[in-house]
Design a protein around this ligand. Structure first.
Ligand code: C2O
Length: 523
């Protein structure tokens, strides 16, 4: 296989992506981080050098890490953080998967401050798709704060005001946007210059653009549309889907969509809109200063004010939901096998002791383990300690780790019930899951359990569970290791909204942690 080598240096700089100067955490001095592009089958070496004052990690969102769980980059689960002033080599093979992914820090809320970048995997199968588009363009979307997440966290965690997540100050497209400084008074304390610009996409007429959109944000869902143009969705979370034409695509935190934009309109300027969906923030939250996030789509390479037909639907849809999974049909059919085991988990927020805002999965609020859970599992299995080889809910990792252990390959159903008034984009590491059923209210009707559509259900790695909603997901637990399943909202993960699956003890018991991975915990 081809080996591809990348270097990522993590550091803190002062930058003003939208004209407001703040400390930004960056890869290789740039924000957003550089594109990593590989072919399926490649061995990927990424040497990460940490120039921050704190530990860091890099997670490869959506990649399976089959056989290399310890390269998943999840602090407290698959590794100890990379100590300041040191380097760590991520070394893995992308062996089965291809499509649109991304990478980000998985240490506390660090990714919120800029540690994000796109990760694209190509494969020969793409050749047949390529006849449907002329250009391939990555579009990064993210909400943006004018303060470091570490400055916002104490207020969030100590508020005693359930679900008062920090509300983004702005949204960025390709890491840039305009911000109107008059939103801030003269004594705001922010160094705000009206000198930043919206992103511009120059297009040619009558061409087809594959837009690979990635929401690298911390909290906000975007509703993406292009004035006077429809979008044809062809990929969601690296699952190719039968093309479906829509006017707008809602994209939650950590999700990816590829759409085909056909530039079949008059040669002029149009708005590419990524409206921040304020409906997804609960009523406790402060208003967003400017949710109308836009980039210029220009056929003519001029900056003239765009126009659009008056009837073009740009009003925000007052819901906080994904594209319906029944509209998304995988292009390559795959049937979901019958489940071996079914688990039910309840997601809730509680104001606990000291009025801390804590999230719970059943009765566990996650605190990252000092010794990563995979390190613990490997030594526990080596020692033949039977508590590490449980089937089902595991007590082996202590009270802050909600771990479901699946000793051998099994098909697992998980019904997630949300008892919370906010929507939660849930992400499963190391696997994709089928969306078997979901609802925005009420509860799953178990009498329908035998009649679920198993023929070709949608499969992805991140889905939104609506406020007071539920989802029944299914996956084949066949990838050895400890895998996080969590709400991807930065604040919620920090509040403990994370559980894990321990899979394939039959393989894991023969593992030895690579010495450089083990050594991270000595730093
Ligand atoms: Cu994008 Cu747990 O990760």
């Amino acid at each position: 296989p081809t080996t591809r080598v990348f270097n990522l240096t993590v550091s803190e700089i002062q930058a003003a992506p939208d004209g407001v100067l703040r400390p930004v955490l960056v890869f290789n001095g740039q924000f957003p981080g550089p594109v990593i592009e590989v072919n399926r089958g490649d061995r990927v070496l990424v040497n990460v050098t940490n120039e921050l004052a704190n530990v860091t990690t890099v997670h490869w969102h959506g990649l399976y890490q089959n056989g290399t769980n310890w390269m998943d980059g999840t602090a407290g689960i698959t590794q100890c953080g990379i100590p300041p002033g040191t380097s760590f080599l991520y070394n893995f093979t992308v062996d089965r998967e291809y499509g649109t992914y991304w990478y980000h820090s998985h240490e506390s809320t660090q990714y919120t401050d800029g540690l994000v970048g796109p990760f694209i995997v190509h494969a020969p199968e793409e050749a047949s798709l390529r006849k449907d588009y002329d250009f391939d363009q990555i579009i990064l979307l993210q909400d943006w704060y004018h303060d470091l997440s570490t400055a916002l966290l104490p207020g969030y965690l100590a508020s005693g005001n359930e679900n008062a997540e920090p509300v983004p100050d702005n949204g960025l497209i390709q890491g840039t946007n305009f911000f109107n400084c008059s939103s801030y008074g003269a004594d705001s304390g922010y160094n705000c210059q009206n000198n930043s610009t919206q992103a511009t996409f120059v297009v040619a007429q009558n061409k087809r653009y594959r837009l690979r959109m990635i929401n690298t944000g911390a909290f906000g869902e975007f509703q993406v549309s292009v004035d006077n143009h429809t979008l044809s969705v062809i990929e969601a979370d690296a699952t190719l889907v039968q093309p479906v034409t829509v006017n707008r695509v809602p994209i939650a935190v950590a999700q990816r969509y590829s759409v085909i934009l056909h530039t079949n309109q008059t040669a002029t300027n149009y708005w590419f809109r990524a409206q921040m969906n304020t409906y997804c923030f609960t009523s406790n939250n402060a208003p967003v200063l400017d949710p109308d996030v836009r980039a210029l789509l220009t056929y003519t390479n001029t900056t003239d004010e765009p126009t659009h037909s008056a009837d073009w639907a740009t009003a925000l849809e007052l819901q906080c939901q994904d594209l319906s999974s029944s509209d998304l049909v995988p292009l390559v059919p795959e049937a979901a096998p019958s489940p071996d085991q079914t688990f039910v988990v309840d997601v809730s927020f509680q104001i606990g002791a000291y009025a801390l805002d804590k999230a719970y999965i059943n009765s566990t609020t996650w605190v990252p383990s000092k010794i990563p859970t995979v390190n613990q599992a490997i030594s526990g299995l080596h020692a033949d300690n039977s508590t590490f080889n449980a089937n089902g809910l595991s007590s082996a990792f202590g009270p802050s780790q909600f771990v479901i252990s699946v000793p051998e390959i099994q098909v697992i159903d998980v019904l997630v019930n949300s008892l919370d008034e906010g929507a939660h984009p849930f992400h499963l590491h190391g696997h994709k899951f089928w969306i078997m059923a979901s609802g925005s209210s009420g509860v799953f009707d178990w009498s329908t359990y035998q009649d679920l559509n198993t023929t070709n259900p949608m499969k992805r790695d991140t889905m939104t569970i609506d406020a007071y909603g539920w989802a029944l997901i299914r996956f084949v637990a066949d990838n050895p290791g400890l895998w996080a399943f969590h709400c991807h909202i930065s604040w919620h993960m920090e509040a403990g909204l994370l559980m894990q699956f321990q899979t394939r003890n039959d393989l894991m018991k023969d593992w030895t942690l690579p010495s450089d991975v083990a050594a991270l915990c000595n730093g």
